[in-house]
Each structure stands twice: as C-alpha cells, then as structure tokens.
Design a protein around this ligand. Structure first.
Ligand code: SLL
Length: 274
C-alpha cells in the first residue's frame, strides 16, 4: 500500500487508550445454558474483544481486527470489520485455554502496517489465594475476565490522519466543529468544555471524550480501568517498595554481623557465634 500523501506532523506523538482481552463463562443449566448444537465436551462460552476504553468508538483509527484462534476451532482465522461504537469481538464455545493472536489493521490514512498482540484465553480463575482467584471474577457475574489496558501510539502521524485523530475532542471555541472543522492543533489538550450544542463533543457515560486520550476518573461496573485503579496500583507499588527496602536493611545488617564474625575468626580470637 502506498503511503498516504502529505507530510507527517513532526515531533508529535498521539496515543489512544484501548482494551483487549477475553471474558469466559462456564456453562450452567440455570445461568448459562448450553445452546443446542454445542458439542458435549465444551465447558464454557467465551468472547475475545478489542474496544475503546469506556466503550468509546475507536473505528476512526482501527479499521479491522483479525483474531487467530486455536486450530481445533472450525474456521479459526476470523476477520472483524469495524462498526462505529461497537467492539471488535468474536463469541465462541470450547473446553480449553490457548493463545489468541490479535492482529490490528489501521485505517488507510494512518499509513501504519498491521500489528499483532497476543492474548491468553482464560477459562479458569487462577492465583495462589482465593482472593487472587476472586480478582479474576467479574463481581458476582460468574464471568472469568482477563482484560488488558493498552495504549496505541501513533508517532509523527500524517497530517490528514492527525486531523482524523484529533478532530472530535474538546473544541476550544464556539466556532470549531467536532468533526473536521478544527484547525491544526487548535484546542487540543485544552481543559475548556464545549458549551454550545453544535460544538459539544460526545462523551461516553463515564465522562470520557470521544477521539481523546482520556481515561475515566473512577471505576464503574464493567469498566475497571480508570485513574482510581491507577492510584491503587501506585499505592501498591509504593508499599511494596517500602517492604523491599526493609528487607534489604535487614539483610545488610545480617551481612554486617556475619562479616564481623568472620573477621574475628580470622584474627584467631576465641569468639562465640552470635
Ligand atoms: C489445551 N493447548 O490443551 C490447549 C488447547 C484447545 C481448545 C486448547 C475446541 C473448540 C471446538 C477448543 O476449545 N479448543 O472444538 O470448537 O488446553
């Protein structure tokens, strides 16, 4: 494919958050009955998906996704074309876990080559403790989730693609339209909110603007990726760091003691082991 006409926006890097992963559910007569025709040995129904954070549309940069499933599954290479505001997804049933290759095809204006991600389908919660296992279950739904937050980076995008990427979010004044009307660079990153009906950029339910790099402030059911989650992770890392520092101190003190003891032994004195 020939690269798109036009120049690249130098020194500019644009990222877009997205989520990919799997959601699985064991068959159960009451909560998830096996549909007719599903083989006896299939134990779960599952979904693999790629979607925008907070379910925002990502079809303006992602055109198509190829999911390569396990060869034991009929027609195991599946292409899914974008439908605005809908996730790219495949629904299946089966009995085993395996790695899924997820190939992302970008819109032609981007001039980007396809890129592949790998995701392990999880049917069973795992972990060393019940609590860890429970973390893989989506609160009370019986679903086993394995979801990953990711950021797609576009380095020095072509000018036309830059317009596509940025022309929906946060118009800075009443004169710019959310689609196509914004001048290059105008208003991007501005904290100002759109005020009139014609300029109002669309927000998802969680308060995230379409065609932006925003992530939600707080978690909501089914939406675990947010600033809140990020803060909790940072807290966990800080606590772990303190613990590691304490362990290091203890070890250094121990080493010191042993070195001293060794020095005394070498000096040939009559020492007692401490
Ligand atoms: C395992 N290495 O042994 C894996 C292979 C294959 C899963 C898992 C078949 C579905 C179908 C299916 O679930 N394959 O027949 O449509 O665990």
């Amino acid at each position: 494919m020939a690269p798109p006409a036009g120049k690249r926006v130098k020194g500019c890097q644009i990222f877009r958050p997205f989520i990919y992963g799997t959601t699985a559910r064991p068959f159960d007569e009451k909560t998830n009955p096996k549909p007719p025709g599903v083989p006896d040995d299939h134990t779960h129904s599952w979904t693999v998906f790629v979607k925008g954070i907070d379910d925002v549309d990502i079809s303006y940069w992602l055109r198509r996704v190829q999911f390569k499933l396990h060869e034991s599954i009929p027609n195991h290479v599946r292409m899914v074309d974008s439908v605005p505001s809908k996730p790219f997804e495949i629904h299946e049933t089966g009995w085993g876990e395996f790695e899924i290759a997820i190939k992302l095809y970008y819109v032609p204006e981007s001039g980007e080559k396809p890129q592949t991600l790998y995701h392990h389908l999880r049917l069973h919660p795992y972990g060393r403790t019940e609590e860890e296992k429970e973390n893989m279950r989506l609160n009370g739904t019986g679903e086993i989730i394995s979801w990953t937050y990711e950021e797609q980076i576009f380095n020095e995008p072509y000018e036309a693609f830059y317009e596509i990427l940025t022309s929906g979010a946060m118009p800075s004044s009443g004169t710019t339209k959310p689609n196509g009307g914004a001048g290059k660079g105008k208003g991007h990153g501005s904290k100002q909110k759109a005020t009139t009906g014609t300029t109002e950029a669309q927000r998802s339910e969680g308060g995230v603007l379409e065609r932006s790099a925003m992530i939600p402030m707080v978690n909501r059911p089914g939406q675990p990726f947010s600033r809140e989650t990020e803060q909790l992770e940072i807290k966990k890392l800080k606590e772990a760091l303190v613990k590691v520092e304490d362990m290091t101190k203890t070890l250094v003190a121990e080493l010191d003691r042993k070195n001293k003891y060794m020095a005394e032994l070498k000096a040939g004195g009559d020492v007692k082991a401490s």
